[in-house]
Design a protein around this ligand. Structure first.
Ligand code: AMP
Ligand code: MG
Length: 410
């Protein structure tokens, strides 16, 4: 059996960035991945600005302490100032340009204004309450490198240097289908032996959160022909085909032979719990690649196990980084925390376990009592996974590796 680390390394090794790009208005680029570096064409702020409402002064003229000065001009934000006349102060507001000649701002709380004169009650240091030109960003600096996923803050930063548009990687196109004769869609009556297709909702949600363009082929019956036909269709115009269920080696599991017939397959038994079987490979394309395609003659394939917790966890640990890499994201490893276990788990497992746990008010971790791979409740109750190495029992008080869902779900 393959270790989780080896399986991930193999997947990431195969994931080449897709070629397509598009230019989007910055306001519409949330969660997208930058296809090119953003380089600042200017200093930010572009001029010295006041960070207080107050008076712009020359420090050298105030060295004797309290001074009464005539107010020579009034400078609101967004208006160009005159040079500061000698022996005067300028009324100034937050965000306004510091007039040439002034080298400090005295906040209005440390002054007394009377008519067109102001008494300065404080001796400022040079530079006080002035934000220097370029204090945030220097002209020519790379403020966001290619491969950055655009957060709200990153959009704000790009806008602060005047970027109205951003060049981003096109959305990764994912085809998805679900195998299993027992699967029924919510809204339909449940026949004997049937269950609802919950994974469709979980996996579609996960793909949408990653910004993928999803084509859903729905439920495919447990038949070789149907599975092959769907794979062949889905290979056209997608970067990845993701399937759920049918990847074990039972007679009703047709995904493996179907992928072998339509492309190539590596079936992995990963030494992890939940989630043991994972299939990786590619399906041949027959149609000529369109302008938006990678130009490759095959489409990646990942087959997830059908158990709801298994497919959720294997998606988070393998599919998510794979998709991010296809989109050109560099850092795809979630940041883990070291937290205290507030529970005891007497027996370790031969496999690397990913336990559903939740952070309690004391900053430690509680464990969901039922860790079965069929118990989806654990994924809603929990707020992350404990990455427990093989054959390792956990004693209360011990520090464990915890990967928060916040790191895995964005
Ligand atoms: P399989 O991987 O096809 O052997 O399925 C393993 C278990 O997961 C079985 O109990 C299935 O009924 C269940 N399962 C498979 N697909 C889904 C799905 N889309 N939604 C919910 N449960 C599923
Ligand atoms: Mg099945």
């Amino acid at each position: 059996m393959l270790s989780t680390a080896d399986a991930l390394a193999t997947l990431l090794g195969a994931a080449a960035q897709i070629a397509g790009k598009e230019t989007l208005p910055t306001l519409e680029a949330i969660n997208r991945v930058l296809a090119a570096d953003v380089i600042s064409p200017l200093d930010v702020p572009p001029m010295n600005t006041s960070s207080m409402d107050g008076y712009a002064v020359r420090v050298s003229e105030l060295s004797q302490g309290e001074r009464r000065l005539p107010i020579s001009q009034r400078i609101p934000a967004g208006h160009a100032p005159q040079p500061l006349a000698e022996g005067t102060a300028a009324r100034i507001f937050t965000g306004a340009t510091v007039p040439p000649g002034a080298d400090a701002i005295v906040m209005q709380e440390q002054t007394e204004a009377a008519g067109d004169e102001v008494t300065i009650l404080h001796t400022p240091k040079a530079g006080e309450w002035i934000t220097q030109q370029g204090a945030d960003i220097r002209k020519g600096a790379t403020i966001l490198p290619a491969g950055t996923r655009l957060t709200p803050q990153a959009l704000g930063l790009a806008a602060s240097v005047g970027c109205a548009n951003l060049e981003v990687v096109r959305r990764v196109k994912v085809a998805v289908f679900f195998t299993g004769d027992e699967l029924t869609m919510p809204g339909e009556p449940l026949k004997p032996g049937a269950i609802y297709n919950s994974n469709r909702f979980t996996l579609t949600g996960l793909l949408q959160k990653l910004g993928c363009d999803v084509t859903d082929y729905g439920i495919v019956p447990d038949k070789l022909d149907a599975t092959r036909t769907t794979l062949r269709d889905a290979a056209q115009g997608h970067d990845l085909i993701l399937t759920c269920g049918g990847v074990s080696v039972g007679e009703e599991d047709h995904v493996k032979p179907a992928v072998e017939a339509e492309g190539r397959l590596s079936m992995w038994q990963i030494a992890m719990k939940p989630g043991k079987p994972l299939a990786f490979g590619a399906i041949r394309r027959t149609a000529a690649p369109d302008a938006h395609d990678t130009g490759s003659n095959e489409t990646f394939f990942i087959g997830l196990p059908g158990n709801p917790v298994s497919s959720f966890v294997t998606f988070l640990l393998f599919v998510r980084p794979f998709l991010l890499r296809l989109a050109g994201v560099r850092t795809v490893t979630p940041r883990a925390l070291s937290l205290r276990a507030d529970f005891t788990q007497r027996k370790g497992d031969r496999r690397n376990e990913f336990l559903r746990a939740r952070v309690n008010a004391a900053g430690g971790l509680d464990l969901f009592p039922n860790q079965s791979s069929a118990v989806l409740t654990s994924t809603v109750w929990g707020d992350g996974l404990i990455d427990n190495p093989p054959n390792h029992a956990i004693s209360a008080g011990e520090t464990v590796r915890f990967i928060p869902f916040s790191e895995l779900l964005n």
